[in-house]
Write a protein that binds this ligand. Sequence first.
Ligand code: NDP
Ligand code: GDR
Length: 357
Amino acid sequence: MKIALITGITGQDGSYLAELLLEKGYMVHGVKRRASSFNTQRIDHLYQDQHESNVNFKLHYGDLTDSTNIIRIIQEVQPDEIYNLGAMSHVKVSFDSPEYVANVDGIGTLRILEAVRILGLEKKTRIYQASTSELYGGLPENKNEKGFYDENSPFYPRSPYGAAKIYGFWITKNYREAYNMFACNGILFNHESPRRGETFVTRKITMATAAIARGKQDCLYLGNLNALRDWGHAKDYVEAMWRILQQEKPEDFVIATGVTTSVRDFVSMAFKEVGIELTFEGKNENEIGKVVSCENPLYQLEIGKKVVSVDPEYYRPTEVDLLIGDPTKSKTKLGWKPQYDLQALVKEMIESDLKLL
Ligand code: NDP
Ligand code: GDR
């Protein structure tokens, strides 16, 4: 039985990855942070009574800022694979707590790599590092000749989060080259799901759309509607993480759909899913989204009603305007192909948020 250790197991990706690895017959260990309120909602369905026989899921209290704790957990677990998904992952929030983010997202990665080295597990333990499309920063001149970001595109992070993650990227690559470790970066573009944190833009939109469609909310306030993102489904992306660690040679991979969509179009798709057609008027902070037609079986919205508005409070000091990834390498080498398109993703998120209401 293979043994995996997941940091960030209570997050969106950690929960899907844990499910995938359990299905594949792994013994799954996860690191969870001690909090004064419950933070395990996404994995409660996986909980097992540790007194039972055949236990294959176990949680350990820990934190990426605490090296001795990381070393102790890795020593106890002796993992074949570590998936380092733990991070303060919100780009806007990283401007408010840059030092903390550097510690967790940057040095936290080093702590994992060093722990494996200190414990002499370099030959046994494979490491996946959750790198990100935020490394590219969306600079148009850095796209490849086909107009995408790929494994060879230069980096130019535009946030404390991106800057911390770039350290994580390079230290992972350096440990691979310096100590022959099986340590890989997955450079993942945005991926979403019904389990996405509620303040990331897609989930904020689907939750608000569901609430507006039920007459429980008046207006959705957003920041930059022009931002373009390459959005996939988290379920597809955790499959890619696993595949990256099953390769013969350790390498870095871009995981993306190759399609980009604006925040504004995502909003329109979400409202369409509940039978409401929108039109957008005005520019920048004066832009609004109004109802054009409403065939919503749940609640009748007045034609012309303003349901989307811009609040510059959600603008970022520096923005990543456009992201679009080239998944050619992952398709050819990993045999990876996403199962979901954006339409299916939006539909699943809306259905789930309507149910939650
Ligand atoms: P989430 O924000 O949903 O989950 C983050 C996880 O990290 C949570 O389990 C959180 O614990 C944990 N965590 C936060 N701080 C610490 C800490 N100090 N020590 C240990 N654990 C900590 O993120 P996602 O699941 O969406 O993303 C997973 C990883 O992939 C992250 O590293 C993210 O930066 C990266 N990534 C995500 C992408 C995406 O589009 N989703 C794209 C590219 C990269 P708690 O529940 O207690 O807060
Ligand atoms: P991102 O995701 O910053 O790409 O990072 P997020 O969903 O937060 O923002 C996407 C884009 O939408 C714009 N936007 C808003 N964003 C939020 N959160 N709230 C709003 O109200 C709003 N209005 C407009 C943003 O300006 C941005 O351009 C995510 C995280 O999961 C990272 O951890 C991961 O590394 C990257 O994706 C890839």
